[in-house]
Structure formats: structure tokens, C-alpha cells
Design a protein around this ligand. Structure first.
Ligand SMILES: [Zn+2]
Ligand SMILES: [Zn+2]
Length: 342
């Protein structure tokens, strides 16, 4: 294979994706650079793109949580040189619309993301704007570098939530995102941090990461109503399952804050009693992607404040990606990363 070609996982349409030979990416701007991909995290968004449930143009190479080594730089790039180890923020925004000009970049009218709206990192090489890259220190691993993006989503959620020291927290859904949020909530001052999930092994991991109590979903209704009659200061949904979310509001205490972090299907509906919102002084919050939170996430990882040791459960090769996305999910898996440089 010449350097003008590379291997990539290409999605051609709903549930139609394969590893194939494609052209090496081109530098379309002098401020872009080409990164040789090392590690890529797979997340729910990649599954949605594969399943045809995300508004991506086809064909597309997914992959938006990644790290790698700078391969070549455009003429206008002076902060990086070939060989630099980098983690890359996939967020693309115009900088000129009403939302960008009021610091709401995640709501940019021309919002996009590498791997969501343009070709991403499930390939040997990817083109990125140099301003999106952050140089990794030697002690930071490529695996950590591919975790900055999900943690940046957690940081945005935490900025929305504004935890007060001593707040009691109830969190539903202990997946990879849940375990990152649990660490952030513990650091931010949660007193009780009760978590609910269907898998006991995940509850055990949550306890290692700062949760104070783990409750299996099947017993959660009885246990929560009995042990916490006044509810919680904060309830966080990380399941994205409408039927579960519907049950969560009954555990929200007076002046409580509810954070919808999990992503539901677009047409999902739940019922909330508006009298309760009024009468209980409730706050209901959303958290969409990243808003200038990549650097704080990078710092949290670099300093070990958010640990990924127990969250990264599987490392696979590019060739294993089609099977991963087309098979039913392994319930014990948390984060799966693809390693392109072995
Ligand atoms: Zn993701
Ligand atoms: Zn904009």
C-alpha cells in the first residue's frame, strides 16, 4: 500500500460498514494537520452512526474519541511538528454565528464533529484542524488521550449541574460515562452518591470510584423509596432509556436538580408533573456534548483525577470493528478502544 492510501472503517449506509482501502486524507487548509491514529474509543454515537440513527452523511469514517502522532502539518501550523503525541477535540464550529459569539459553541448553527459529520479516526490517518489538538506529555498514555473527549462531555455536564458541597446524588446507569461522572461528582463534593444499574460488577466498580452505595435495578424501587423518603438533591440519568427516566423523578427531593446526561431516542417522551416542578422548586438540566471543556478534561486526566484503569475493558484491532458494531453488546464491557498502532 502506498502512502497515498490507508486502511479505514467506512460506513456506507445503515448497518453497512467494512474495513477497506481509501485515499490518504488531504490537507484542505494550511492550518490543518494529519494525525497518525493510535487509539480510538468507541461510543454510543458510533453505534448510532452504524445503525443509521444519527444524521451523518454517508459514506463516513466514524471515530471521534482519539489520540495519535502528528504525521504532517500544513504550512500555517507552527505549534506542532511531526512526531508530536496529541489528543484531538473533534468539535467543529463556525465561530461566527449567534451561538458561537455568545460562547455556546455546542449549539453552533454549523456544528459538526470529526467522525460525526466529517471523516474520523477509525482509520490509519485523519485530518484535523491544528487548533483542535493538544500535545500530550510523555507520561500520558495514548489510551488516556482517547478519553479526553468523553471526559470533556462530563465536564460540560458538571458545569451545567453546579454541585454544592454535601449534595446527595442518585445516578442511574453505570456504564463508561457513568463511571467518569461518578468520579467527577465525588470530587465535586457529593456526600451520598447512590448508583443504580442492572449489573452487579458495574456497581462494584462504581464503589471503587467513589459511589457510596450500589443498588441493583431490580430492587431499586423498594430500596430507594424505603431508605430515602426525602429524595436526593441531585438525580442524574446516564441510561438514556425513557422508561427508566420516567421512574427517576420520584426520587428528586425538594429544590432538586435533575440532569439528563444519557442520550435517548429523538422521539422519546416522558411525563413530568408541572405542579411538582413548581411546588418542589425543581431544576431540569440537559448537557449537550462539549463546550470549551476539552482542556479542563485533559488536565483532569493528566493529573489522574479521573482514572480510566477500570473503565477501559477491551482493546481491539480495526478489523474487529465491523463485528463489534453488528453483534449484540457484551453487557460486561465498558469502554472499548481500537488500537491502530501495535
Ligand atoms: Zn463519544
Ligand atoms: Zn457557529
Amino acid at each position: 500500500m502506498s502512502k497515498r492510501e490507508m486502511r479505514a472503517f467506512v460506513v456506507h449506509g445503515p448497518r453497512d460498514g467494512r474495513v477497506e482501502i481509501v485515499p490518504y486524507p488531504t490537507l484542505t487548509s494550511e492550518h490543518d494537520m494529519i494525525v497518525r491514529v493510535h487509539s480510538v474509543g468507541i461510543c454510543g454515537t458510533d453505534q448510532h452512526i452504524f445503525d443509521g440513527e444519527f444524521l451523518s452523511p454517508y459514506p463516513i469514517i466514524p471515530g471521534h474519541e482519539f489520540s495519535g502522532i502528528v504525521e504532517e502539518v500544513g504550512a500555517g501550523v507552527d505549534r506542532f511538528q511531526p512526531g508530536d503525541r496529541v489528543s484531538v477535540d473533534p468539535t467543529l464550529y463556525c465561530g461566527g454565528c449567534e451561538y458561537c459569539l455568545t460562547n455556546r459553541f455546542n449549539h453552533c448553527e454549523h456544528w459538526g464533529a470529526i467522525g460525526n459529520t466529517t471523516d474520523g479516526a477509525l482509520a490509519e490517518y485523519v485530518a484535523v484542524p491544528a487548533k483542535n489538538a493538544v500535545k500530550m506529555p510523555d507520561e500520558m498514555t495514548f489510551e488516556q488521550g482517547a478519553f479526553v473527549e468523553p471526559i470533556a462531555c462530563v465536564v460540560h455536564g458538571m458545569n451545567r449541574l453546579q454541585v454544592r458541597m454535601g449534595d446527595s446524588v442518585l445516578l442511574f446507569g453505570v456504564g463508561a460515562m457513568g463511571l467518569q461522572l461518578i468520579q467527577a461528582l465525588a470530587h465535586a463534593g457529593a456526600s451520598e452518591l447512590v448508583v443504580v444499574d442492572v449489573e452487579q460488577t458495574k456497581l462494584d466498580t462504581a464503589l471503587k470510584y467513589g459511589a457510596t452505595r450500589g443498588i441493583l435495578s431490580e430492587t431499586s424501587e423498594a430500596v430507594l423509596s424505603h431508605s430515602y423518603p426525602k429524595g436526593f438533591d441531585i438525580v442524574v440519568d446516564v441510561t438514556g432509556i425513557p422508561q427508566v427516566i420516567q421512574t427517576e423523578f420520584k426520587y428528586l427531593g425538594k429544590t432538586g436538580k435533575f440532569l439528563q446526561f444519557g442520550v435517548t431516542p429523538q422521539e422519546a417522551q416522558i411525563t413530568v408533573n408541572p405542579f411538582e416542578i413548581y411546588n418542589q422548586d425543581w431544576t431540569i438540566l440537559g448537557s449537550m456534548a462539549i463546550n470549551n471543556t476539552f482542556i479542563p478534561a485533559f488536565q483532569l486526566l493528566k493529573e489522574g483525577r479521573i482514572d480510566i484503569g477500570e473503565i477501559l475493558t477491551h482493546t481491539i484491532s480495526l478489523d474487529e470493528v465491523p463485528e463489534l458494531l453488528s453483534q449484540p453488546k457484551d453487557k460486561t464491557a465498558l469502554k472499548v478502544q481500537v488500537e491502530l498502532i501495535r
